[in-house]
Design a protein around this ligand. Sequence first.
Ligand SMILES: *[C@@H]1O[C@H](CO)[C@@H](O)[C@H](O)[C@H]1NC(C)=O
Ligand SMILES: *[C@@H]1O[C@H](CO)[C@@H](O)[C@H](O)[C@H]1NC(C)=O
Length: 256
Amino acid sequence: MAFSRSSMLAVAATTLAIGASASLEVCTNDSTFSCQSSSTTATCCFNYPGGALLQTQFWDTDPSTGPSDSWTIHGLWPDNCDGTYQSSCDSTRAYTNISDILTAQGRTDLLTYMQEYWVDIDGDDESFWAHEWGKHGTCINTIEPSCYTSYTAQEEVGDYFEKVVDLFKGLDTYTALSNAGITPDSSKTYTLSEIQAALTSLHDGASVYLGCSSGSLNQVWYFFNVAGNAIDGEYQAVDTLTTSGCPSTGIKYVPK
Ligand SMILES: *[C@@H]1O[C@H](CO)[C@@H](O)[C@H](O)[C@H]1NC(C)=O
Ligand SMILES: *[C@@H]1O[C@H](CO)[C@@H](O)[C@H](O)[C@H]1NC(C)=O
């Protein structure tokens, strides 16, 4: 009895998770990787013009945000395969009620995770999430409402936040650095090449963008090309399109 009850719960949970993007158009397995084709036609299975998708992260120390042993989420940004990007692509979908949308979609575990790992430096998470969605999320052409076969209100918003969190969970910057002996320290400094090597290794051999503020490491961007749509498609790590903004030596990694 107990066994069948928990099986039913497991089945229900699985259905809910799959249901999240079940109505997004299915892309064939031979979809071309974005930024790697001469095609200039945006379709529901080809990210264009924003063909590079960047999972961006922060290491905030002034003030500190998030767990002391984890980087935090900045967002998922489409880039035009060349370091330039579109922004704020659809004001009619620039929602400011992200928490309500996720709650109405039953994505409360996602929301709880975001409250810990996708936090605003000024403590205004709701505005930060709305900003990321409105500025960047609305520019991802493969998740426009017209790409869904039985679209429900704001479905693409929940799909976007869930995808960003999934990507972030696979890009544990803190642990990758720590495994390379690069740990937060109030006096020690590191070189750009040793930090780059540790994160390139995490990112399937592709270089990353590193950002610094006053000589202290505070940002990393992981670049991907995608075959298919931004939710169900295949993500391939690619080299950074943007030159790192850190000095080559003497980089601080300040404890939170
Ligand atoms: C996609 O195609 C490749 C090569 O033909 C195959 O190995 C892979 O299993 C396919 N993936 C899916 C999800 O069908
Ligand atoms: C979120 O805001 C939009 C736009 O104002 C509205 O249409 C939608 O019903 C709201 N969603 C929830 C769950 O409150």
